[in-house]
Design a protein around this ligand. Structure first.
Ligand code: SF4
Length: 342
């Protein structure tokens, strides 16, 4: 029986953007991809133990996911992500991630730390995947086949996200033909909120205190940066006198600006920030000011750290939604019957 080489992917950070691409390509090379389990208290605690105190919580969490994988795999897949659009770079913590992880412990499996730096997406992606393929002695034809297949899956995944699915939902539907997928139909809800921030903060149910799921439960429509087409985001890059240097910060800023300016049906903005995140200190202030300058659009900051609990976050969400209902009702709209729990 052929024993397959196992390669581990931590279920956080760029997982939310690139997992289908990476998984498809690595499997095409004949590797078995092992994904770390969904975040739980044990994983977070392990991450906190393994990192320096002043690291942001997503980086601590990443180390926890590495710990959850380390005894189960032959390799860890931790590419050095430099740029995904040829303009901005990933935050410095992403750039140093393979080294940070490598030097955190001596008992880790070898790390695949190939650099991903996009100038033109397709060509750069091929170069990146080619280097990985050669590390595993793959034939050129195998690499080309994997590149084509992974590129298609990546495109479909982001299409599904742009149509309103959360990453977990898009992943489930990746192999369903488009004609058989029932797409979300936003706009039915009486209150719609933009939830902006980094995908690894927003979409991880544990670290975000189930924020999205709880908002859905109380009948709130949600739009996230992943639901906005790249073209619309790019247009917003001309809106700021100076963009951020960092890829995910720009996406969060541009999506919030797009929704503030273009979408009439946004009742408020929630910015999910990570404790210990340098870029977020600036981003949060910018978004708060933009919301204020746009007819005092209600704005809530939810800061997540290793101690934030679901109950505390839910209480703040409910208070925010109550305020929005009151605001709409004072303008003559009748809402309370339509919102479960109110
Ligand atoms: S952008 Fe902020 S939250 Fe994300 S890795 Fe960098 S410092 Fe951490």
């Amino acid at each position: 029986m052929k024993i397959m080489v196992k390669i581990g992917i931590p279920r956080t950070l760029a997982y939310y953007t690139f997992y289908p691409l990476w998984k498809t390509f690595l499997e095409e090379l004949g590797l078995e991809v092992v994904l770390s389990p969904p975040t739980n208290k044990k994983i977070l605690d392990l991450g906190v133990q393994e990192t320096v105190n002043d690291a942001c919580v997503p980086i601590k969490l990443y180390h926890g996911h590495v710990m959850a994988l380390k005894n189960k795999v032959d390799f860890l897949f931790i590419p050095r992500l430099v740029s995904a659009d040829g303009k901005s770079t990933f935050c410095p913590k992403f750039l140093g991630l393979p080294d940070m992880v490598k030097f955190s412990r001596e008992d880790l499996p070898p790390i695949i730390n190939t650099t991903f730096r996009v100038r033109r997406f397709r060509a750069s992606l091929f170069g990146f995947l080619y280097k990985i393929g050669t590390k595993f002695s793959a034939k050129k034809t195998t690499i080309i086949r994997g590149y084509l297949k992974a590129g298609q899956i990546h495109k479909k995944y982001h299409y599904l996200l742009s149509k309103g699915f959360f990453p977990s939902e898009a992943l489930e539907k990746l192999h369903t033909p488009l004609k058989d997928i029932e797409f979300p139909r936003p706009g039915k809800e009486k209150i719609t909120l933009a939830v902006v921030g980094y995908p690894y903060s927003i979409f991880d149910p544990y670290i975000s205190g189930n924020l999205l799921q709880n908002l859905r439960k109380i009948g709130i429509g949600i739009i996230t940066p992943e639901n906005i087409a790249n073209n619309s985001l790019r247009k917003m890059s001309r809106r700021l006198p100076q963009n951020f240097f960092w890829y995910y910060s720009n996406r969060a800023a541009w999506s919030a600006l797009h929704l503030i300016e273009k979408a009439k049906n946004i009742d408020g903005i929630i910015h999910v920030t990570a404790f210990g995140c340098g870029p977020d200190a600036m981003l949060n202030k910018l978004l708060e000011l933009e919301a204020k300058n746009h007819n005092q659009l209600p704005f809530l900051t939810v800061s997540i750290d290793e101690h934030s609990g679901e109950a505390g976050i839910l209480t703040r969400l409910e208070a925010f939604v109550d305020m929005l209902i009151h605001k709409k009702e004072t303008k003559g709209e009748k809402l309370s019957e339509g919102i479960p729990g109110n």
